[in-house]
Design a protein around this ligand. Structure first.
Ligand SMILES: [Zn+2]
Ligand SMILES: [Zn+2]
Length: 350
């Protein structure tokens, strides 16, 4: 088969022939990948950011967001069969540790991440345990099924704070930030501020329901948000970018007593003014990682079914898997929403 492989430690990746997964365990399924989407984590692995350089052990097939067809199921697989359309949870949990046994499998003590610690899905075929597969409704378009995983991140982030009737500021309007804006709109936020440094993404944020879009490279987001909130600030600050200036700006516009939800992964340590940003403000700070297993997946499926977030607006580009360099370059430019790659067929036109 063909795959995108991180062959050596350092920037870059290679597309080419690679051995297909061959050892199907009793409870494994083999999936023909129909659509696979690019995530910020993939970019960090490709660029060999510090965070990933410490973790990823090449050679490794990259990628973790996908939807595909089950082509083979192990002898003891009970609930899935050939022809089913599945997606996969990125967090591969052990099911046995303290966190797993107390309902927190997404922060398992022995957790592995698909496409980071184990071979991923930027390939024609992908093997996974039935326990980390999600059965899709066949009516869902394949690329939307692939992008459910990041929508799940947004659903998990939105669940970490009270949105209804509140003013929220979302720093980072990439695909997950844009989904989050759609969710905040549908959950009844009274005002949604979106901050990014790329106009393309701010337009996407507007399409998803953002009220005030601020280009942080052209104007000071802190001043603009404070001006528009009578000098009080927002009730909820979501950090979705991982860019160090966003932490400072976000905490500065958070009102005393407000909630900060941190999702973006900075590639290096970020300096924080703990006294002024958190303690004096009596702020609540929540880290959010992945999705709750499997509560967030059920919620996300309902969000899609109810049409609360139109994911098709967030998916902006499609490529064949072999065109990954083009896709990654576009993603890095910020002039895209979610990008989907097709390993086994010609991509639909954009
Ligand atoms: Zn992802
Ligand atoms: Zn565990």
């Amino acid at each position: 088969m063909h795959a995108i492989v991180k062959t050596t430690p350092g920037p870059g990746a290679v597309y080419g022939p690679w051995p297909a997964p061959s050892k199907l365990g009793l409870r494994d399924i083999l999936v023909r990948v129909e659509a696979t989407s690019i995530c910020g984590t993939d970019m960090q692995i490709y660029d060999w950011h510090e965070l990933m350089a410490h973790r990823v052990k090449p050679p490794l097939i990259m990628g973790h967001e996908f939807a595909g067809k089950v082509v083979e199921a192990g002898k003891e697989v009970s609930d899935l069969r050939e022809g089913d359309i599945v997606s996969g949870e990125t967090h591969i949990n052990c099911g046995k540790c303290f966190q797993c046994r107390t309902g927190n499998g997404h922060i398992c003590e022995r957790m592995l991440l698909r496409g980071v610690d184990t071979d991923g899905c930027f390939a024609e075929y992908h093997l996974l345990h039935e326990g980390s597969a999600w059965l899709n409704d066949k009516k869902i378009p394949i690329e939307i099924a692939s992008a459910q995983e990041p929508l799940g991140n947004a659903v998990h982030a939105a669940s970490a704070a009270e949105i209804s009737g509140n003013k929220v500021a979302i720093f980072g309007c990439g695909p997950i930030g844009a989904c989050l804006i759609g969710l905040c709109k549908s959950f009844g936020a009274s005002k949604i501020f979106g901050v990014d440094i790329v106009d393309y993404r701010l337009n996407l944020a507007k399409k998803m329901g953002g009220d005030v879009l601020i280009n942080g490279s052209q104007e000071n987001p802190v001043k603009r948000i404070m001006d528009l909130t009578d000098g009080r600030g927002v009730d909820v600050f979501f950090e979705m970018s991982g860019a160090p200036p966003s932490f400072e700006e976000g905490f500065k516009v958070l009102r005393p007593g407000g909630t900060a939800v941190l999702f973006g992964l900075p590639s290096k340590n970020v300096e924080m003014d703990v006294a002024n940003w958190i303690v004096f403000k009596d702020a609540r700070v929540r880290g959010v990682f992945g999705r709750r297993l499997w509560g967030t997946w059920y919620k996300t499926a309902e969000v899609l079914k109810a049409g609360e977030v139109d994911l098709s607006k967030v998916i902006t580009h499609r490529f064949a898997l072999e065109e990954f360099e083009k896709a990654f370059t576009l993603m890095k430019s910020g002039h895209s929403g979610k990008i989907v790659m097709y390993p086994n067929r010609k991509p639909p036109s954009n």
